[in-house]
Design a protein around this ligand. Structure first.
Ligand code: ADP
Length: 573
């Protein structure tokens, strides 16, 4: 709860509790006593004052509406005071029309205009057709009111001025009811203030209605006064409640829906005229054909407008949907086109790489052949031999890179050729480890191999060497001086398992999923400035999968890595 709420909420409560207590006291006092009518007038006046205080305190965005409420309630209260003066001080019935009537009748439009201001201000554009629903209910209420309350007044005794004043009260109630219905159908935030306000309006209208049906029964004090008194109290409470500010805020836009409650309300409105006809027929009353015809025409007109609104909004939604679908389709077409272009670019690139690699390989192999021939000569100085060895190493690196690129291009084009034969993977591993021995020794890494059990597989020998070389050379490359690399091959449960484990730099867990992507290099590789292309593991996985096997990695940064490959074992015999 905010500090502001703590400060302001109790005031609304104090007024509400005091108002309820005062209303209770009113009925506890001797009926028709001086104390009673003074209390009645005090409650009335307090309501106007409470609205004024609440408005000044909370400063709502739409203060004009609340000032109109204060004015309307004060007009009612002055009407009450004058009415009581006639009865108790001047001891006579008020003339028709009296000054009290002037104030009473002035109060209604002030309240109604205030309510309309709030509704118009808070109603989002999309909900404006909800006003038609309110119109339907109001016309239905109006025709009932005319037939059962107002018409008997017109046909009763009295001059036209008296009749006009008598008619004005029920007419004002229709005005208030219209505002109440609109307020109820508006999706305004249902705050405490909103509830007090609608409660107050309902009490006011009900009390007026009961009085209007049989005014003679309620001269002097009556239980009906409770309705008017509580209506005063609730209106004042609504203004003192801090949530009155939210009543002036525009409500969020949303389309009007035809929920079951609303449909029921609309059905009642439309069924009013036939129901009245039946009631008039059953009670042998004169049928008010003109009034009923006018009401019926008005109701059907409103229904028609409502239907037209629904159809129009349905059309709009359909139009919007069509546009959205067309946009989605064109976006999808564009995406397909772009995908096609990307695929084509990718294919061209692979083709280009394959072409270049192929053209590079031939001269490279020739260079390396001649270098080997020259290195075989005995009459080379140490310096010359050193230079030629450097040239040979670099040509070898270049050839490996070209071979890798060529492999990738062929693999991507679906042209990877395998020549499987029956071979012992343990023998391949032993040979590969032996060949890597010098490199491990040069790096100060201890390289061990456990591959004694025969591990027959059906595989391409060259590719198997490539695969083992890749893993072993990686393990040596990424293991600092003093570390170990252990290679093992074991036949287990119908598969041959090859494991290359090292105590090297390791790979961060979040990067392990990407290790087998083309050109991917983990951050540990760049941190330790270890050279490479990021193609080795991609190629390794391609070879493993082409042989129907699988590859997995376990690694901890700073601790080491372990690559495990499983290939289907070739059954003996
Ligand atoms: P390259 O070794 O040429 O960089 P690879 O495809 O063989 O490319 O490996 C991809 C990346 O995986 C390497 O750059 C390195 O970051 C990581 N990696 C592979 N093997 C190991 C290993 N044994 N220890 C640590 N990192 C490794």
């Amino acid at each position: 709860m905010t500090a502001a709420r703590l400060r302001t909420t109790p005031l609304a409560w104090v007024y509400l509790v005091a108002g309820l207590a005062a209303t209770g006291l009113y009925f506890a006092l001797p009926w028709d006593s001086m104390g009673q009518w003074v209390l009645y007038d005090v409650i009335g006046v307090s309501s106007g004052v409470a609205v004024l205080v609440g408005t000044r305190r909370h400063r709502p965005a739409l203060s004009a509406a609340w000032y109109l409420f204060a004015a309307g309630l004060t007009a009612f209260a002055v009407g009450d005071v004058l009415f009581n003066f006639y009865a108790r001080i001047w001891h006579r019935d008020p003339p028709i029309p009296s000054v009290a009537d002037v104030f009473y009748l002035a109060g209604y439009p002030l309240l109604a205009v205030g309510l309309v201001l709030i509704v118009v201000h808070t109603l989002p554009k999309e909900r404006r057709q909800g006003l038609i629903d309110a119109g339907l209910l109001t016309v239905a209420f109006g025709i009932c009111h005319w037939i059962f309350v107002m018409h008997p007044l017109v046909s009763g005794p009295g001059d036209w001025v008296g009749q006009l004043v008598a008619l004005s009260y029920p007419a004002m109630d229709i005005l208030l009811l219209a505002a109440l219905v609109v307020l109820a159908l508006t999706p305004a935030t249902r705050t405490a203030s909103y509830r007090y306000l609608t409660g107050s309006l309902v009490l006011l209208i009900v009390a007026d209605e009961v009085y209007g049906i049989s005014p003679g029964t309620f001269s002097g004090t009556s239980w009906l006064d409770a309705g008017w008194l509580l209506s005063y109290v609730l209106w004042g409470t609504a203004a003192l409640s801090p949530s009155m500010r939210d009543l002036s805020k525009p409500s969020p836009a949303s389309r009007p829906s035809l929920g079951s409650m609303r449909l029921l309300a609309l059905w009642i409105a439309v069924a009013t005229v036939p129901i009245i006809l039946i009631v008039e027929r059953l009670t042998d009353r004169r049928i008010d054909a003109v009034a009923l015809a006018i009401a019926s025409a008005a109701l059907s007109g409103l229904v028609l407008v409502r239907l037209a609104g629904l159809v129009r909004s349905f059309d709009r939604v359909r139009r919007e949907e069509r546009i959205a679908r067309a946009e989605a389709q064109s976006a999808q077409r564009q995406l397909l086109q772009q995908n096609e272009q990307l695929r084509e670019a990718d294919r061209l690139k692979d083709e280009f790489v394959a072409l270049i690699s192929h053209d590079l390989r031939t001269p490279l192999t020739s260079i390396m052949g001649y270098l080997e021939l020259v290195l075989d000569e005995d009459n080379l100085s140490e310096e010359q031999r050193g230079f030629l060895n450097v040239a040979d190493r670099n040509a070898d690196r270049l050839l490996r890179l070209v071979n890798d690129l060529l492999f990738v291009a062929r693999f991507e084009a679906g042209e990877l050729e395998l020549h499987p034969t029956e071979l012992d993977l343990a023998a391949v591993v032993r040979q590969s480890v032996e060949e890597s021995g010098p490199r491990a020794a040069a790096g100060g890494v201890e390289l061990t191999c456990e591959a004694s059990a025969a591990s027959p597989v059906q595989a391409d020998k060259g590719r198997m060497f490539q695969l083992v070389d890749n893993l072993v050379s990686n393990a040596i490359k990424f293991t600092p001086e003093g570390g170990d690399v252990r290679v093992s091959v074991t036949p287990v449960n119908g598969v041959v398992r090859l494991e290359v484990a090292d105590t090297g730099v390791g790979i961060a867990p979040e990067e392990q999923d990407r290790l087998f992507e083309r050109f991917f290099r983990a951050s540990t590789a760049s941190e330790h400035q270890i050279p490479g292309t990021g193609l080795g593991l991609y190629i390794t996985r391609a070879i493993v999968e082409a042989h129907g096997g699988s590859i997995a990695v376990r690694s901890d940064p700073g601790e080491g890595s372990s690559f495990c490959i499983e290939l289907p074992a070739r059954p003996r015999g």
